[in-house]
Design a protein around this ligand. Sequence first.
Ligand code: FES
Length: 136
Amino acid sequence: MHGAPRITRRALTTRRIFLGLGLLSLLYPLLRFIGFRLPRKPQLIEVAKKIVPGKQQQFPQFILFARENRVWAVSRKCTHLGCTLHYVEKEDLLECPCHQSRFATDGRLLNGPAKTALATYPVEQRQEPPFYIVTL
Ligand code: FES
């Protein structure tokens, strides 16, 4: 007897798997298009050196400030186009070398062209090294 070729169970399962993978590969760009993002895993940065109150330490992603009993971390990424900000000690503020946006040390926008404040990050203070743990 010759008729339509029979599809084995194994071949059918393989087809279903490839069809499922194909649909999943279409789903992800669609979810990204509507704004869905996978939550980013927090990055912990350990700071071994204690900061003298009134001073700061610059890191590639943030600046850690210490004033009296308070310690806080502010992003160094400019909210305009992403240039790396520099701390201007004479004026106690952060300035962008690209288009001169200026930010207060707590991240507030002082003047543009940037339109939004800087990101700030939680800082855990400890009594022994690492003295600070910054969560990015
Ligand atoms: S990138 Fe900072 S002001 Fe334009």
